[in-house]
Design a protein around this ligand. Structure first.
Ligand code: HEC
Length: 136
């Protein structure tokens, strides 16, 4: 094995890793058990009062959030969304949820969800891990 080639290959890999600008998506797409567990706690304390992760359960105050990633806003069967929210054209991706958790009112001004956001980035990342990798 030619060491020069090996080193070049390694440098190439490192350069590749650094070009990933979309850290949010990257963070959420690789399952991290520690983060998922932390996210489950964030969900329990900040979201579970109104949301469940179990689609079979009776809906709480809010719609269930099972497989919410890549779901269009206001499409959960059996939940009556407000008219304002039904008119929005948002797909819940890791990025839109992350933006919305940071500043809820900026993304969805009329959403009837009395929620002030998650100001800490580490909480948002953990919660997104949980939402992305949750399995029933
Ligand atoms: C006080 C109750 C309450 C809390 C706490 C709450 N939500 Fe909600 N949420 C709602 C309600 C009600 C709606 C439906 C809004 C509407 O129809 O206007 C909603 C809607 C949503 C939606 C859109 C769902 C869809 O199918 O389009 C997402 C995503 C969401 N909430 C995520 C969260 C997350 C994540 C948390 C915790 C960080 C959270 N919510 C905390 C009440 C709450």
């Amino acid at each position: 094995m030619n060491y020069a080639v090996l080193i070049l290959a390694l440098v190439g890999l490192a350069a590749c890793a650094n070009t990933s600008t979309d850290t949010n998506t990257a963070v959420a797409s690789v399952p991290d058990p520690v983060l998922i567990e932390k996210g489950a706690k964030v969900f329990k304390y900040r979201c579970a009062a109104c949301h469940t992760m179990d689609p079979a359960k009776r809906q709480f105050f809010g719609p269930h959030l099972y497989q919410v990633i890549d779901r269009k806003i206001a499409t959960v069967d059996g939940y009556t969304f407000t008219d304002e929210v039904k008119q929005l054209d948002i797909v819940w991706t890791v990025d839109t949820i992350q933006q919305w958790l940071e500043k809820p009112q900026q993304l969805v001004a009329d959403m009837c969800m009395p929620f002030t956001g998650l100001p800490k980035e580490e909480d948002r990342m953990a919660l997104l891990q949980y939402l992305t990798h949750h399995e029933n």
